[in-house]
Ligand binder design. Structure first.
Ligand code: CP
Length: 294
C-alpha cells in the first residue's frame, strides 16, 4: 500500500465493484495459482482461493508443512521450482517483514503479499477501504480510529498508507506500549484515551490484541485492557453512525465485545465478503498488467 498510488488503488476498488454480481470470469483461465503460507490464515487464504477459482485459475494445493522448505530449501528455490512447473501466481504469507521484495526480481511469476511480518497486509487494507467507501460514499475527510495493538500490526500500517492517500484523518489509539515510536511521521494522530479518540469517529478499525506476544507484558492484564481499550456497547452508543471494522481473527471480550462484533454498526462480515471481490480484482488486474509487460 505504501508503493501504490491513489489512482492504482482506485483502479483496484473499481475492478472489485465490477465483480459484485459474482459472475464467474475467465480472466485467469489456464493460469496456476499457488499458496505459500508459513503463518496461519482463515480469511485471506480462503478468499484468495475462492477468488482464483472464480477467475477460472487452477489452484495448486501446496502445503508448506509437507514441502521441502522444511528440509532447508529456500523460499526462492521453492518459487523457482514451482514456476518451472507453470505456476505464475504465488500468494505468500510469511513471518518476515519485506520477505518478497528481494525475491521479486529473481522470478517472472507474480508474488502477492498476503501479510509479511509486522510490515504490510495490502489486500486487507484494500478490502477495508472498499468497505468504508461502499458504506460512507467517500474516504475523503473520514475520521478513522485504528484501535489496539498497533505495534505488531501489518493491518494498521497498510490501512494508514492507503487511507492517507485519500485524505482520511486517522487516529491510532492504544496503550503507549503498543504504539510504535515515530508513527506520527506517517501522518496520524496518537491517543491513549479511547473515549476521546472515538468522539466524532466515522469508523473504528479494531485490531486483534496479539496474545501470543503478550508474554512481554505489553499490557498489565486482559481485564485492564478491555476496561481501557475494549470496544464496548456503552462506548459505541455515543457514536451511532460509527462503523465497526475488525480484520479478524477476533478475541471477543478482549479488544471487542461480542455484542459489538455482532451488532448493527459492525461491518465485519461484509469486510470478509468484500475480500473475495478485492482479491479477484487484484488477480485480474495483475493478469492485465502482465499482458502489457508490467
Ligand atoms: N485478516 C486476516 O488476515 O485474517 P486471516 O489471518 O484469517 O487470514
Amino acid at each position: 500500500m505504501q508503493d501504490l498510488s491513489a489512482s492504482e488503488i482506485e483502479s483496484i476498488l473499481d475492478a472489485a465493484a465490477s465483480f459484485t454480481a459474482s459472475k464467474p470470469s475467465k480472466a485467469l483461465s489456464g493460469r496456476v495459482v499457488a499458496f505459500l503460507f508459513s503463518e496461519a490464515s482463515t480469511r485471506t487464504r480462503s478468499s484468495f482461493e475462492i477468488a482464483a477459482r472464480r477467475l477460472s485459475a487452477e489452484v495448486l494445493g501446496f502445503s508448506i508443512a509437507s514441502s521441502s522448505l522444511l528440509k532447508g530449501e529456500s523460499l526462492l528455490d521453492t518459487i523457482k521450482n514451482l514456476e518451472a512447473m507453470g505456476v505464475e501466481y504465488f500468494i505468500v504469507r510469511h513471518e518476515v517483514s519485506g520477505v518478497l521484495e528481494p525475491l521479486a526480481p529473481a522470478t517472472k511469476a507474480s508474488l502477492i503479499n498476503a501479510g509479511d511480518g509486522a510490515h504490510e497486509h495490502p489486500t486487507q487494507a484494500l478490502l477495508d477501504l472498499y468497505t468504508l467507501k461502499q458504506k460512507k460514499g467517500s474516504l475523503k475527510g473520514l475520521k478513522v480510529v485504528i484501535l489496539g495493538d498497533i505495534l505488531h500490526s501489518r493491518v494498521a500500517r497498510s490501512n494508514i498508507h492507503g487511507l492517507k492517500k485519500f485524505g482520511a484523518k486517522i487516529t491510532v489509539c492504544g496503550p503507549q506500549a503498543l504504539i510504535p515510536q515515530g508513527i506520527e511521521e506517517l501522518g496520524v494522530s496518537v491517543s491513549n484515551d479511547l473515549d476521546k479518540a472515538l468522539s466524532g469517529a466515522d469508523a473504528v478499525n479494531v485490531l486483534r490484541l496479539q496474545l501470543e506476544r503478550q508474554q512481554q507484558n505489553f499490557v498489565t492484564s486482559l481485564k485492564d485492557y478491555y476496561a481501557s481499550y475494549g470496544l464496548t456497547p456503552e462506548r459505541l452508543a455515543k457514536i451511532p453512525d460509527c462503523l465497526v471494522l475488525h480484520p479478524g481473527p477476533m478475541n471477543r471480550g478482549v479488544e471487542i465485545a461480542g455484542d459489538v462484533a455482532d451488532g448493527p454498526q459492525s461491518v465485519i462480515l461484509e469486510q470478509v465478503a468484500n475480500g473475495v471481490l478485492v482479491r479477484m480484482a487484484v488477480l485480474a488486474l495483475i493478469e492485465q498488467w502482465r499482458a502489457h509487460g508490467r
